[in-house]
Design a protein around this ligand. Structure first.
Ligand SMILES: [Ca+2]
Ligand SMILES: [Ca+2]
Ligand SMILES: [Ca+2]
Ligand SMILES: [Ca+2]
Length: 358
């Protein structure tokens, strides 16, 4: 794909414990046997155990929040309207932050408190701005950049410190250069991985289960076959690759659907001739797979919008869509396969969990 296409995709995205107690460590393993049970409390010691973050959880409820973006037009502020999904009662977030003309949404937890931050990047100045979910004033991070070559946020936690690292990709003679800011101010890594001419770029996710996000692209060949390619965020070395999906029919919907804290190869077969709306998910590093028809396929006028997130909060991403022309989100709960739904925002709003679908 060419750079213009990537810019368009980017703009689409815009509108794209530790256990504690006196005996905590000793009992951690038996107290936290499964993500479904990990918020249970021990009568005597109130043990609370580690739990995976849910994508786009803005309240710390361990489930993807109900958030949408809207704007009144080009150059106008982005209005973020977000309600909690489960957890203790919490006032909704309603805040204007970022501009619809030059900013995209960053999938990020910059302050590292386990809660998604309201965050945008500006492709013209090469900077990120966010509202720390832990409180305090807005933070802006900028560094020297070239708007003609630097764009498309690919935020991830590439140094494993629990904080998202501001990152974007740069056109470098046909190759993709990942410019990463792990400690600031300014980037401290520039890693070459992937090709501008053939690859879609994935936001940072952990593919090999070491707790660090990795570089990822999906390469398209002459027959539109997809090859998922994962690289080391320090060296750019290829860690793994997998043929999965075809660009003539499939959206790229990466996530951890099988709950082993490693991202899975996932596509929604929903456009082009003869598609049924089938989600096809292949476990990364194991034999698991999932094939499930869900959502309405077809052309843009009728097709649902795929969403990425864990809506029932069981530690596994769920197959999910926003129904076409409505504000209804539907998901298939990974915990019990029941279809659930909620009304979020307005039909014209952009669901935050649609960020990163390509
Ligand atoms: Ca945060
Ligand atoms: Ca980091
Ligand atoms: Ca990793
Ligand atoms: Ca789930």
């Amino acid at each position: 794909m060419n750079r213009t296409s990537l810019v368009c995709l980017s703009l689409m995205s815009m509108m794209s414990l530790l256990c504690w107690s006196d005996r905590a460590l000793a009992v951690a393993a038996e107290a936290c046997p499964d993500p479904i049970f990990i918020q249970s409390f021990d009568d005597a010691t109130a043990v609370v155990c580690p739990r995976p973050k849910a994508r786009f959880d803005c309240f710390g409820s361990y489930a993807t929040s109900f958030g949408a973006l809207s704007s009144t037009g080009a150059g106008q502020p982005i209005l973020w309207t977000i309600a909690s999904n489960g957890g203790p009662p919490a006032a909704p977030i309603s805040v204007e932050f970022g501009s619809s003309s030059s900013n995209g949404v960053a999938e990020a937890d910059f302050d590292g408190d386990g809660v998604f931050d309201v965050a945008v990047y500006d492709i013209d100045v090469g900077g990120f701005s966010y509202l720390p979910s832990s409180g305090g004033a807005a933070v802006t991070i900028t560094w020297s950049s070239n708007p003609s070559t630097d764009f498309y946020t690919v935020v991830g936690d590439y140094d494993c410190d629990g904080k998202s690292d501001p990152t974007y990709v740069r056109y470098a003679g046909g190759a993709i250069e990942w410019v990463i800011n792990t400690s600031g101010p300014g980037p401290d890594r520039a890693v070459t991985f992937g090709s501008w001419t053939t690859d879609y770029v994935l936001a940072g996710m952990d593919w090999d289960g070491d707790g660090c996000d990795d570089l990822g692209t999906v390469r398209i060949d002459g027959a539109s076959n997809m090859t998922w390619r994962i690289g080391d965020a320090s060296s750019g070395a290829l860690l793994l690759q997998q043929v999965w999906g075809n660009r003539s029919t499939d959206f790229i919907v990466p996530g951890d659907y099988l709950g082993d804290e490693r991202a899975d190869f996932a596509i929604w077969r929903s456009f082009g001739a003869g598609t049924s709306g089938e989600w096809l998910i292949k476990e990364n590093g194991g034999p698991g797979s999932l094939a499930q028809v869900f959502g309405t396929p077809g052309d843009y006028a009728v097709r649902d919008l795929a969403l990425r997130g864990d809506f029932d909060g069981d530690g596994k991403d769920d197959i999910a869509v926003r129904k076409n022309g409505t504000a209804i989100w539907q998901w298939r709960r990974s915990s019990d396969a029941v279809i659930d739904q909620a009304t979020v925002g307005t039909p014209s709003g952009f669901p935050i969990p649609a960020t990163g679908v390509q």
